[in-house]
Design a protein around this ligand. Structure first.
Ligand code: FAD
Ligand code: 2HG
Ligand code: ZN
Length: 482
């Protein structure tokens, strides 16, 4: 079966779900086998509404043992499976392409333990990030990651994509914060790497393989995470700059003058600001400028932090690096400013089709690409915007057109990837490969690296049949190109 929706994509040699299979699933997850197509629909379509599968079955396990039974059965029957968390992924990896079984972690939402001395949280994969953060707040702690999709994304999905987000600058990546994982392998075996110890150098650190593996190698069922104490003083300053070079000078100064209290450094261009103003009705708290910078500080002593911030702001103004700015200290103003940054993706979805690029680039080259693409595409696109996690060297470059255009896509890809590779960047900084980027991995990884990834997939999921193993998920899934 070749898909007319995705030319070139062909369903693999997998079985189709029969009534007998449904009866078997009913014994594993009683009353949690969904076959009603209306109920399945939101799980078949991705957040960007660009990738749509045709799955007719959704399974909602509650326990690791249930996941294990499901995967062991699917493996023996050669049924394809796609693991799904909050379905907020941006690269088309969280939904089926054909009729894969959707395994949702939405009912795996139990917090198993939290130790407020060590700060170690153990929870199931389906816990929603924002709920975990609220719970941690009650204990005086903070989740080490935060992102615009916090209200829907699951911690298992965050770990499976190694999500970066808005706090990575301060707390580092999930490769460091995740202490242990429990994972169910494609054949149903439960791999217990659920250590809650800070140090463990006995053999290979296997859990790392699953962080950022996008559901290719197994289903993450439980995680143990090191949670930092919640900072007592949080301030946000929102600044306007005339040039991108001034944005970079602001960053350099912020690192030297704010030091250990700097917890986020985000930027957006005025094209983004126009979108959040016109599409979402958000309010720009400062005068119009070509670039905006959001700087967050988090510390333990508010007067000490404010003093540092004031010196920093004075210097920026004196040196004419920033043209305007505002300081937010109370919660509602903090949220107002963060909304401007966090809701850019949402505003883009209201413009028609979005073409998304999530790139790591040297800071000196970051905005050059945006300007260059704006010139290259001209009137072909309605919007060409640049924003992102500047403190992580991570640019989000987005384009929109009223409707999908093959011509626009061909003018962007693979050009953007070639440009990125030429400057030593990464073609996917934090969103992963999913369906959309998998064929471009060679721009960021060497052939021996890709071959080793394929061998690892083959080892863990020997029944996989597709030639492009990186498009394959758990249980010999059918997402592949031929
Ligand atoms: P899903 O979208 O359901 O799945 C993502 C991938 O992980 C899929 O390949 C899926 O098969 C796999 N998967 C899910 N759960 C499991 C599991 N338990 N075991 C194995 N595999 C699994 N990302 C960033 O890095 N930084 C950001 O700042 C950021 N901001 C965002 C803002 C918005 C508004 C949106 C919509 C997305 C944003 N993202 C960001 C994308 C990001 O990847 C996701 O939001 C999040 O990490 C995915 O979690 P999820 O539970 O929705 O996973
Ligand atoms: C963000 O940082 C997310 O806002 C989404 O990673 C980026 O939509 C995007 O391009
Ligand atoms: Zn991001």
């Amino acid at each position: 079966l070749t898909s007319t929706r995705y030319p070139g994509l062909k369903r693999g040699q997998y079985s189709e779900v029969t009534d007998e299979d449904i009866r078997a699933f009913e014994t594993f997850v009683p009353s949690r086998v969904v076959t009603n197509l209306d109920e399945i629909l939101p799980h078949n379509v991705d957040w960007l509404r660009m990738v749509r599968g045709t799955s007719k079955i959704l399974l909602k396990p509650k326990t690791t043992e249930e996941v294990s039974q499901i995967l062991a059965y699917c493996n023996s029957r050669r049924l394809a499976v796609v693991p799904q968390g909050g379905n907020t992924g941006l690269v088309g990896g969280s939904v089926p392409i054909f009729d894969e079984i959707i395994l949702s972690t939405s009912l795996m939402n139990q917090v198993l333990s939290f130790d407020d001395v060590s700060g170690i949280l153990v929870c199931q994969a389906g816990c929603v990030l924002e709920s975990l953060d609220k719970l941690m707040e009650d204990h005086g702690f903070i989740m080490p990651l935060d992102l615009g999709a916090k209200g829907s994304c699951h911690i298992g999905g965050n770990i499976a994509t190694n999500a970066g987000g808005l706090r990575r600058l301060r707390y580092g990546s999930l490769h460091g914060n995740v202490l242990g994982l429990e994972v169910v392998l494609p054949d149903g075996i439960i791999l217990d790497c659920l250590s809650s110890m800070l140090k463990d150098n006995t053999g290979y650190d296997l859990k790392q393989l699953f962080i950022g593996s996008e559901g290719h190698l197994g289903v993450i069922t439980t995680a143990s995470i090191l949670i930092p104490p919640r900072p007592k003083a949080v301030n946000v300053t929102f600044l306007g700059c005339a040039t991108f070079s001034d944005v970079l000078s602001t960053y350099k100064l912020a690192r030297s003058m704010l030091g250990e209290i700097l917890s986020a450094f985000e930027f957006l261009d005025d094209f983004c600001m126009n979108l959040v103003e016109t599409k979402l009705g958000l309010h720009n708290p400062i005068s119009k400028q070509p670039f905006y910078v959001l700087i967050e500080t988090s510390g333990s002593n508010s007067s000490h932090d404010e003093e540092k911030l004031n010196f920093f702001l004075e210097k920026l103004t004196f040196d004419k690096i920033a043209r305007d700015g505002t300081l937010a200290t109370d919660l509602s103003k903090l949220k107002e400013v963060w909304d401007i940054r966090e809701r850019i993706s949402e505003s883009l979805t209201l413009c028609g089709t979005t073409y998304k690029y999530d790139l790591s680039l040297p800071l000196s080259k970051m905005y050059e690409l945006v300007s260059h693409m704006r010139e290259r595409l001209g009137d072909l696109v309605t919007n060409c915007v640049g924003y992102g996690h500047l403190g992580d060297c991570n640019l989000h470059l987005n384009f929109t057109t009223p409707e999908f255009s093959e011509q626009v896509l061909d003018s962007i890809e693979p050009y953007v990837y070639q440009w990125t590779a030429k400057h030593g960047g990464s073609i996917s900084a934090e969103h992963g490969l999913g369906l959309k980027k998998a064929n471009y991995i060679h721009y960021s990884k060497s052939s021996p690296s890709v071959d080793l990834m394929k061998n690892i997939k083959q080892l863990l999921d020997p029944k996989v049949t597709c030639p492009n193993y990186l498009l394959a998920s758990v249980g010999s899934i059918a997402k592949h190109l031929e």
